[in-house]
Design a protein around this ligand. Sequence first.
Ligand code: TRP
Length: 333
Amino acid sequence: MDENKKIIFSGIQPSGSLTLGNYLGALRNFGKLQDSYNCYYCVVDMHTLTVRQNPEELRERSYALLALYLACGLDPDRNVLFMQSHVPCHAELSWVLGCYTYIGELSRMTQFKDKSQRHADNINGGLFTYPVLMAADILLYKTDLVPIGVDQKQHLELARNIAERFNNIYGDTFVVPEPFIPKHSAKIMSLQEPEKKMSKSDSNANNFILLTDPKDVIMKKFKRAVTDSGCEIVYNEEEKPGISNLINIYASINDTSREAVMAEFEGKRYGDFKMVVGEAVCETLAPIQEKYYQYIADKSYLDSIFKKNAEIADEHARRTLKEVYEKVGFIVY
Ligand code: TRP
């Protein structure tokens, strides 16, 4: 690891498959970051327990996430791809940080409020303290930058407050992390309800394209994608959210501008445009899927990556945890 490079940390829950939105909005750019930053990508399996999981499925999805990361071009020798539960420091630091976080702060988290409504039969302690574990994830690695969507902004803000609070009491310990919005990251919306973000946890599968969706499914989803009244292929987020989303997808995939897409499809019909976008998506995903199926069939290779990277992560995390333990007054050897 190059000490002069800034540190990026991102956590992804293995709670569903990744979507085209994850790919165009984040994953695709991760490969470009590996030259300029030290990057940690953590499969945050511990976070998923806040909602009831099927154990076999959880394990499989954790492997699938790593396989997809590799298939999308992340080099396992230049990025620390690891599992949260393999590095016990996360849970350990989380306990300490919880003692520097107020119930009032946690009660204000909108995701907690939303999730307790959606899972009213299981409002558990983990759901409440979830942002503390997330703060531990980030702060353990002296992270400078955290790539996140708007839905996680409040959690990152809390992590910053916890870090500052701790630093004020004990002197400089944690780096206070900043949000990171990579350049050229596209925000991909739902295909059926283009006012909302495309999300893997959406209950309607027609809203999202999974990176592992087969070609016929992808084409069907694009065929059904909501378009808007009128018939011109022009970008207008407010009045034509559906078409604008398709323009964004196509522009992003082809690394071109919205204007160029509009020029290319001037006078063309919505239906034809949808099919071209669908084809382009299939073409982009085909090589990723091919690699994905190779990786996912080789669990021992995936295990070897998890093991190796857990050791690397542990070494860095352990250093921070020791510092924290010393500062709070534990006996440290
Ligand atoms: N809470 C994040 C989400 O649901 C996942 C996450 C856990 C995370 N730890 C993190 C994201 C640390 C960024 C950094 O999307």
